[in-house]
Design a protein around this ligand. Structure first.
Ligand code: HEC
Length: 122
């Protein structure tokens, strides 16, 4: 192939790659990079398994539910306006909300505690 011709392939390919990998996907940080203690990283695993499919942890952008970045930094939860504290959080996790399933049958109290410890780091 002529060198010039190959540019016609190379440049569009690069543009596609930049779109696929450059724009929206941030690299996942390791637990160490996030400075998580053992309980918080146990909670992150729970989060990945049960919450991540509906909630962004490091963005306020909505997925199926609201993004949870800084969830404890505001005084009230985004959907219900309930005070942002561990008791209310435990209720949300156990019983769910309108379009959010409850996890009271799935998660142990220990897992919920670990999860909440992680949520405090967001
Ligand atoms: C199937 C999708 C789905 C899953 C899985 C899910 N959520 Fe939700 N979540 C939602 C939706 C939808 C809302 C908004 C509910 C509403 O409008 O009342 C929400 C709301 C919330 C809120 C805000 C509640 C409020 O009172 O404003 C918190 C906090 C939350 N979820 C945490 C979690 C955690 C922690 C997990 C993992 C155990 C989780 N969610 C799993 C869909 C989900």
């Amino acid at each position: 192939m002529e060198p010039k011709q190959s540019l016609f392939i190379l440049i569009p390919t690069l543009i596609v790659l930049i779109f696929l990998f450059g724009c929206d996907t941030e690299l996942r940080k390791t637990d160490a990079q996030l400075g998580l203690n053992p309980q918080q990283s146990a909670g992150r695993k729970v989060y990945d398994d049960y919450c991540d499919r509906c909630h962004e942890p490091y963005s306020t952008r909505g997925k199926k539910g609201p993004g949870l970045k800084g969830i404890y930094k505001k005084p009230f939860f985004p959907a219900s306006g309930m005070p942002a504290n561990d008791d209310r959080m435990t209720d949300v996790i156990r019983y769910g909300r309108e379009k959010m399933p409850g996890f009271g049958q799935v998660l142990s109290q220990q897992q919920i505690n670990d999860l909440i410890a992680y949520l405090h780091t967001l």
